[in-house]
Design a protein. Structure first.
Length: 538
């Protein structure tokens, strides 16, 4: 019988950054940053090799026996985990390269680079773990490594409070994860999560315990994704260094989506759990989307945007739209990494939500025709888009994107017919290319994403959520409600343990024991009223 620790490409991709973290602890400080960057890009190369191996149909479980402990590898890749592995490794390498310059004068950068390597390794482990026990250990190590990233610059203003909140919520999430794993281990054993059929068999074996297992897993997912009451841990993290924020918003918060893609059969086993999760993330996403327009700081705006996007992503997963969830995860992570790494150069520039309104807006008919043309192009390149849940959501995303893009580009299109024709042609070609990519990805990953969890909701619930969002958007224009939303947006996550509260255009130090939350909100509302009166008088 073949025994030994399996050293395959996936295992090497996990072990390499861990080995690099150990080396970084020993080498002189002047070598730390460059060695970390080299190691990060070497991990990307290993992930690409794994992708080639998976794409060609090679046996990913072939391995070299090292120590006679087990005959199965702890980490292995199918097509889904290979895509996630490349995504995680690439984000880690890009952020490490940025950190080489950003932290070159930081005397404590060794702590950052060591913790970031451990975070990369544990995140890849979550995407490639073969058993539920290994996945839960990797999940907890990822939590701990991100806490270490916050801890390394805890003397910065507000970082200590961010560390305290994050530790509190992550501890609850880790306890929930361990509780779910113990229930599964007690009834089923160490579940092999690489097999979708094994997950369905485990669900049947769990019987009545499937509900608490799904609930505990969903709690861990919602906390990591900063949804509902757990959203309070994320806003204070804007005080952390920019590379830490980039790793958080491009990688760490996506852990909830990765978990749903990998073990959604267990997490969404109950309609009750899935419905509650859908309600929580939908409300969080809508409120955050409405509140984002009142944030004038770049990082604060991006933080609330992440909370909103995570809510939309998990709502897609709860209706079984796995392809849409995967595309959302990859697109959001890439976008947020670029935005946060560019945020230092954006200081002093007006926020998009507070910039003056643009003139020359095209009529709704023009934007609707452009969106319809994009839909036709995508549907022609991806004929099966309307055949499953994820395809419908992605078609809606394309239509909304084109609609908004035409609105934002209106100022440059006025009086330029040649430019209008060029952009229209580029839009159709881009939409067709996007549809072709979606179709190819759907066919290529059909074996990994084909299963819809038994507790998945009907896609019509997203239509209901859209109606609620449009209704609340109209209500938010009422002055009283708009003022309360503005107060909530400014106040959300801004209270520090030292009693500093941010009020627009002024700073006030208030003693928390003597000032209640209601009194503080009244102060903010009075401040907003005075500012509005001054602007009206001017």
């Amino acid at each position: 019988m073949d025994t030994g620790i399996a050293l395959n490409g996936s295992t090497a991709t996990v072990v390499l950054p861990l080995f690099a973290a150990g080396v970084l602890c020993l080498v002189p400080r002047r070598w730390v940053a460059r060695l970390s960057v080299w190691a990060a890009w070497l991990v990307v190369a290993c992930a690409l090799l794994v992708m080639v191996k998976v794409s060609t149909g090679a046996n990913i479980f072939s391995h070299i026996s090292l120590i006679p402990i087990t005959k199965h590898p702890y980490f292995a890749s199918n097509r889904l985990s290979a895509v996630l592995m490349i995504f995680i490794a690439t984000i880690g390498a890009i952020v490490s390269t940025f950190s080489l310059r950003f932290l070159q004068q930081d005397l404590l950068n060794r702590r950052y680079f060591v913790a970031s390597q451990v975070l990369i390794a544990s995140s890849i482990a979550v995407a490639t773990a073969t058993t539920l026990a290994v996945l839960s250990c990797a999940w907890i190590i990822a939590d701990a490594s991100f806490l270490a990233l916050l801890f390394y610059r805890r003397e910065l203003p507000g970082v200590a409070e961010a560390l305290r909140r994050t530790l509190t919520y992550f501890s609850i999430g880790a306890i929930a994860m361990v509780g779910a794993v113990l229930l599964v281990l007690n009834r089923v054993g160490n579940l092999n999560i690489t097999s979708l059929s094994a997950q369905h068999e485990a669900l049947t074996a769990l019987g009545g315990e499937a509900l608490p297992v799904g609930a505990l897993l969903m709690v861990a997912i919602l906390i990591r994704s900063a949804q509902g009451p757990a959203a309070r841990w994320m806003p204070p993290t804007v005080n952390a260094p920019t590379p830490v924020s980039a790793l958080l918003h491009a990688g760490v918060v996506n852990g909830g989506g990765i978990l749903l893609l990998r073990i959604g059969v267990l997490a969404e086993s109950s309609n009750l759990v899935t419905a509650l999760a859908f309600a929580i993330v939908t409300i969080t996403a809508i409120v955050a989307a409405l509140a984002i327009r009142f944030r004038s700081d770049i990082k604060g705006e991006l933080t609330i945007s992440t909370i909103s996007q995570m809510g939309f992503m998990i709502s897609e997963a709860t209706i079984g739209a796995n392809l849409a969830t995967l595309m959302h995860l990859l697109g959001h992570g890439t976008y947020k990494a670029s935005r946060f790494l560019n945020s230092p150069s954006a200081i002093g520039k007006p926020s998009g939500h507070n910039a003056p309104a643009k003139a020359n807006h095209p009529p709704i008919k023009t934007k609707a025709i452009a969106a319809l043309g994009a839909l036709v192009a995508v549907s022609a390149a991806y004929p099966g888009a309307s055949g499953h849940r994820g395809g419908l959501i992605l078609l809606g995303f394309v239509a909304c994107t084109i609609y908004v893009a035409i609105s934002n580009a209106a100022r440059n299109l006025a009086g330029k017919p040649k430019l209008i024709v060029t952009i229209a042609g580029a839009t159709l070609l881009g939409s067709a290319a996007y549809g072709a990519i979606l179709g190819g990805l759907d066919r290529w990953m059909s074996s990994s994403l084909a299963v819809v969890p038994s507790g998945a909701l009907s896609p019509w619930w997203l239509i209901v959520a859209l109606g609620v969002a449009l209704g609340l958007e109209r209500l938010s224009t009422i002055p009283t409600l708009e003022r309360h939303l503005r107060v909530w947006s400014i106040n959300f996550g801004s209270i520090s343990r030292h009693g500093f509260y941010h009020i627009p255009n002024t700073w006030a130090k208030v003693s928390p024991p003597k000032t209640s939350r209601r009194q503080y909100q009244r102060i903010l509302m009075q401040s907003e009223s005075s500012i509005e009166k001054e602007e009206a008088a001017a």
